[in-house]
Design a protein around this ligand. Sequence first.
Ligand SMILES: CC(C)(COP(=O)(O)OP(=O)(O)OC[C@H]1O[C@@H](n2cnc3c(N)ncnc32)[C@H](O)[C@@H]1OP(=O)(O)O)[C@@H](O)C(=O)NCCC(=O)NCCS
Length: 232
Amino acid sequence: MPQYAVQPCTIDDGADIARVHVSAFWTEPAWKIIWPNKTREYVTNECKKRMPFNIITDPIYRRQQKAVDTGTGRIVGYARWTLPELDGVEVGSLWPGAKAAEVSGERKQAAAEASASADWAYDGQVTSELDKAVDQMKKELLSKKQYIVLDILGVHPDVWRQGVANLLLNSGLKAIREFEVKLDVFVVAKSAGVGVYDKAGLKKVGEVIQDGSSVGIDTDYAAWFYVWEAEN
Ligand SMILES: CC(C)(COP(=O)(O)OP(=O)(O)OC[C@H]1O[C@@H](n2cnc3c(N)ncnc32)[C@H](O)[C@@H]1OP(=O)(O)O)[C@@H](O)C(=O)NCCC(=O)NCCS
């Protein structure tokens, strides 16, 4: 059984993280439908142009980690978190172990240009009606307090059910538990994530389940909202 380790990301991981990200989410019917007439390979290649810049963007608030197969060095999972704005707290100094290494201005400029050249024109109209209800509940729940939001958790399908998501999630929660300031975590789960968040002990605080047939998917168009409380 391979062993996996959680590590910070660098700009050089961009292409590999793009591969993992698109391979993981392409399995999600509600994600795939916003790319009509595009193949997974095409979207992966466009994502590869964007991901290096994404990794170095917003260094004050963005935290991210990769899961690596320690035997082969292959990146197999990726998690991205966003810290909230906090009065009286220097947010940029929190969780240094999940900050992407800084790069030169020149490198940043090149990454920005590559990102801008990507075709990322997905069709958000396809799901926009269904997304309204999801967005509204998300907004309501997020208005209650300042959360760290887990924006992305994706694992390459080749290594599913080997504990990689669990490792990335728990590594993040462990770091967050050690912050001097107590911060809870919020995440919107799609169906594949439900088992992961249940197993890690997050609390389900809401759900929006809609019929997916209106957008051509044969499953529900569903979102579950989870919270993890730092005091627990
Ligand atoms: C969801 C996802 C991240 C899980 O990654 P993973 O590395 O396979 O998850 P783990 O092996 O750590 O599983 C942890 C637990 O979650 C649950 N779980 C994971 N995948 C599951 C599945 N397909 N069906 C049912 N339960 C599942 C199980 O309880 C599992 O524990 P167990 O294997 O001991 O029973 C992965 O399937 C993925 O990337 N999916 C596409 C993207 C996505 O939906 N991300 C989540 C967004 S909210």
